[in-house]
Design a protein around this ligand. Sequence first.
Ligand SMILES: NC(=O)c1ccc[n+]([C@@H]2O[C@H](COP(=O)([O-])OP(=O)(O)OC[C@H]3O[C@@H](n4cnc5c(N)ncnc54)[C@H](OP(=O)(O)O)[C@@H]3O)[C@@H](O)[C@H]2O)c1
Length: 231
Amino acid sequence: MANHYLVTGASRGIGFEVVKYLAENDHLITAVARSQDKLSSLRGLYPEQIYTNALDITLEQNRNELVQHFNDKGLTLDGIVHNAGLLINKPFRELTNDEWQQQLNVNLLAPVFLTRDLLPYLNPGSHILNISSMGGFQGSSKFPGLTGYSVAKGALSIFSECLPGELQDKQIKCNCLCLGAVQTEMLESAFPGMDAPVTAGDMGRYISNFLENGHTFYNGKVLPVSLADPS
Ligand SMILES: NC(=O)c1ccc[n+]([C@@H]2O[C@H](COP(=O)([O-])OP(=O)(O)OC[C@H]3O[C@@H](n4cnc5c(N)ncnc54)[C@H](OP(=O)(O)O)[C@@H]3O)[C@@H](O)[C@H]2O)c1
């Protein structure tokens, strides 16, 4: 049976691929990012199944409009992939207040607020999947320049551990995947020139499968998805 999922950060990289695989598996997807043109290209691949909403998840008004859209159309969801991310690669001592705030907004607060505001539209049995990073996994290697990003992703991991207890009565499950290196624009900005062992397509397939099935086996878990050890 077709499910309806919300995927953020769907205009490129991993999120784009997650949406493609979900559509290939006959699901309906609401795909969100700021770049309207790229979302239109994505929609063109499966126009019957992919709905797009160009918005900035850090803006309260944009989030409210999305929630209103669900309300107006009588839509419900079977899961959310909080995949949108922002990495500003800069030494700790140079990272400005605004750059801290931006990274906390995209990587932590937008998923938190969207989850809270979309709860009334999530069906029992839904799966909330937070996409974190190995930088936000306790005990992993940490890298200079990625402190703001890693701190925000670490908090997203803990949020994922907290949520199942809060949502037990609604039978909604939540997990967090901490990704290792995947070949995307973000990786290029974090580790210029690095050749990642995993493509966005491979990771997109893995995440879409985990979204569909992972909550049968896991709830409140923060799981490393990385070939490297320990980073
Ligand atoms: N690639 C890696 O090696 C790696 C490793 C660990 C974790 N991750 C995580 O995996 C996720 C996907 O990463 P990626 O490598 O595919 O990143 P990416 O290529 O930089 O794509 C990021 C996505 O997030 C969207 N986005 C950013 N800010 C947004 C905002 N304010 N509102 C709405 N959408 C926004 C971007 O779309 P617009 O610009 O169109 O808004 C884009 O679609 C991220 O959470 C990232 O932290 C990636």
